[in-house]
Structures are given as structure tokens and as C-alpha cells.
Design a protein around this ligand. Structure first.
Ligand code: COA
Length: 203
């Protein structure tokens, strides 16, 4: 086990954090299937920055949190952003399209199919039950296994418990053990690549 630092601090993310959020996303989501859908090109990075800007400006129920390392500085001399998460408190109906139309570097139909499949699974598992949705969590590889992901998952679970609602996440293989520790259960159909995981409403 590497050394454990307690210099990681969670707080709300702002538009200033968007470039670092996109950088962390590309560093963290290295699965080949993701790379095919969202190739690391300058246009794709700008598309992601625009998506987050739009969401932060127009979708108040989409809550962005960041984890910074107080002991490390970025190029601007600010504490380095090492992980981020997006918890969506809205229903798919309130939210509308999860992403704007796809960037030209993405395979349009494959992206449509992915999101349609994820939304369908979410509906199948949660039905009309009120819940918060962990849309994204990612930690820079150099900072993984130091608790940043847990801080982000806990933040949304605490909010869900406070508000008396359930929670849901489309889990990657990397993320599933983390979510299990916070009480998420796997409701996937057999042989699914992405796990449909739900956490019950707490009394
Ligand atoms: C999934 C992901 C977000 C987890 O982030 P993380 O910051 O490493 O999460 P944590 O450190 O809280 O926990 C991860 C592991 O580190 C361990 N860990 C947590 N704190 C630790 C500490 N202080 N010392 C040692 N290990 C620790 C946990 O036990 C956990 O191990 P396990 O998965 O074997 O049970 C990260 O791996 C990632 O970004 N993956 C790529 C993108 C991705 O797939 N995102 C999820 C989409 S659903």
C-alpha cells in the first residue's frame, strides 16, 4: 500500500474547475470502449468543456463536487484538482437529454445507443422511485486508492439520506466495489458490461 495522505479536501466545483475536470476525466476513463466513443482529440475536449459549462450554468440540480490535494499546486498555483463527481438530483424527464448532440469525433449512433441503454436500465431498476443519480466519478490515476472516490460517493449518499431518497449509478468494473461499500446493490441483467446499481432509501 502506498503512503496515505490526508490532504484531500472535497468542495463544490465551479466553472473555473472545468478544464481540470476534463483533464481528469481523460486521464481516468481509459477503458477502450470509452476511448472509441469519446476519443481524446482537441475538439472532443472542448465539447466536454462546453457540456459542463452548459450544465453548470443551466441545470442547478446537477451538482458538481471536486476533490483537491491541498499539498499539490496546479499550473495556476491553486490546489490541484485530483477527482471530481457529478450527482444529478433530477429525474431523466426533468433533465432532458443527458448530453447535447454528439461531437463530430464521436460515433453518433453508438453514443445514442449507449445513453438510451443506460437510461432504459435506470428506468427498469428505479421505476418512478425518487432517487439521486451518480452521473460521473473519476479520480486521476496518481491519486486512486486514496479515498477521493469514496468522498464523492459519500457526499451524494449523505444528501440522499438527508432527503430520504434512493440513489442509482451505472457502474464500471472499477467503480462497483466502491459503490458496494456504500450500500449499492447490483441489479444488472446477466452478462452486462455496465452494472446497474441501486442504493435503497434510508429511513
Ligand atoms: C472508480 C474510481 C472513481 C475510484 O476512485 P478512488 O479515488 O480510487 O476511490 P477510493 O480511493 O475511495 O476507493 C478505491 C479503492 O481504494 C481503497 N482505498 C480507499 N482509501 C484508501 C486508503 N486510504 N489507502 C489505501 N486504499 C484505500 C478502497 O478500499 C478501494 O479499494 P477496492 O476498490 O479494492 O475496494 C477510480 O478508480 C476511477 O476514476 N476509475 C476510472 C473511471 C471510472 O471507472 N469511474 C467510475 C465510473 S462508474
Amino acid at each position: 500500500m502506498g503512503s496515505v495522505s490526508n490532504s484531500l479536501v472535497l468542495s463544490p466545483a465551479t466553472q473555473e474547475d472545468i478544464p481540470a475536470i476534463v483533464d481528469v476525466w481523460f486521464d481516468a476513463f481509459t477503458q477502450p470502449v470509452i476511448g472509441k466513443l469519446f476519443p481524446d482529440t482537441p475538439g472532443m475536449r472542448q465539447w466536454f468543456r462546453d457540456c459542463h459549462t452548459l450544465d453548470m450554468q443551466t441545470k442547478p440540480l446537477q451538482k458538481y463536487v471536486r476533490v483537491v490535494d491541498e499539498d499539490a499546486k496546479d499550473a495556476q498555483g491553486r490546489p490541484r484538482l485530483v477527482a471530481f463527481g457529478k450527482w444529478d438530483l433530477s429525474t431523466p424527464e426533468e433533465r432532458g437529454r443527458r448530453f447535447p448532440l454528439w461531437h463530430i469525433d464521436s460515433p453518433f449512433q453508438d453514443c445514442e445507443n449507449l445513453i438510451k441503454g443506460l437510461d432504459g436500465e435506470r428506468k427498469r431498476v428505479m421505476g418512478d422511485q425518487k432517487h439521486y443519480y451518480l452521473d460521473t466519478v473519476g479520480t486521476h490515476p496518481n491519486y486512486q486508492r486514496r479515498g477521493a472516490g469514496s468522498m464523492i460517493v459519500k457526499w451524494g449518499c449523505d444528501l440522499a439520506d438527508h432527503d430520504g431518497v434512493a440513489a442509482y449509478v451505472d457502474a464500471s468494473k472499477e467503480g462497483a466495489p466502491l459503490y458496494k461499500r456504500f450500500g449499492f446493490e447490483d441489479f444488472s441483467k446477466p452478462d452486462e458490461e455496465i452494472a446497474s446499481m441501486a442504493r435503497a432509501q434510508r429511513a
